[in-house]
Design a protein around this ligand. Sequence first.
Ligand SMILES: [Zn+2]
Length: 398
Amino acid sequence: MKPVLPLFVFIDACGWEIIKDDPFARVFAPSRKRLDSVFGYSSACVPSILSGRWPEEHRNWCYFVHDPKNSPFKSVRPLRWLPAAVTSRRMFRRWLAKLVKVHLNFRGYFDLYNIPFQHITLFDFTEKKSPLKPGGMNRGPNIFDFLEERNIRYHVSAPEKSEADNLTALVEDIETESIDFAFLYWAGLDGLLHMVGNQSPAVPAKLRRYEHWLEKLLAAAKQHYSEIRLYLFSDHGMANCDELLDLKAKIEALDLRMGRDYVAVYDSTMARFWFLNDGARQLITQILQQVPQGRIVPDQELAEMRTLFADRYFGELIFLVKEGVLIVPSHMGERPIRGMHGYHPKDKHSYAALLTNQPDLPGEIGAIPDIFKLMTRDALLAKARNAERAEPSNRKLA
Ligand SMILES: [Zn+2]
């Protein structure tokens, strides 16, 4: 038996609105708190949790940026000659993304999504390393650097494995008592919510399944650790998409050319623009101001959300839609989906959640990057207390 195990369980998209009226995990994590999310997608939220810093600091924000000089995609460009009927197929693009990922030695999550091959050399991809590994941030350290520097042995999930396999792998490490810190990552709820939306009976059914798994995990942990400090948390919630917006068609109807006058990345809830001449800037700005489903986010607001980049690396103009609107087609997807996140962090369904068995949550824990403070605090505590037990002879001598 070891004294303490800090157990951090990250349930993607398990937002405050998802669990607010559900008894999810009340039995073993009765203390609940709503947390502010980070503006952006999982590409921004996950690194913020893992580093305790905000996008303007760690520079993991959106995946694709306009950066033709550094574009790694030159080898993919000949594919623009293939018919769209082939290259726009999800299966084909998934298969190709795997090839490209290996070829370019990307270590993080990678998807070509729906970026057209004719424009792909305009872009760089910003997550070449895995934020779930030491040295995985674009800038600065993350929790795994922190743990390695202090020789704290830990378990972390492998995102390419299934949820059940990640659970099994963690239970195995718990049974050998080889770890003093655990980070479990479950992504299944996020995928489900994107498909069925936040009102489907499949959502509470999934929460019951997680409870069942958590019971098994806690039962195993109690056999080997006297105290389990449990934290269940998410990165954001999920809004239903009830209105579709073809923003790309509005921009492409202008007498402008992508790559010559402007460059755009159409994410599913925002569009990011870079301008190659002033006329394009004026025209696109004017058109965007007439789109009632969204708005241009002012710099001051970007700064408040800590997503204002002085070098405009992620876009010179950020257009964000209202909660419930989905940009379709976008560079993220050709077809509509039922649920999406990545709206304004103050929109109802953006809020994340923290559920714990710890009664002493510090008041400063208010946003998802603050989870990092809990991780470092508990990792140091576990290291100290578990080391005391490991050296009983020293204590007797003293
Ligand atoms: Zn998602």
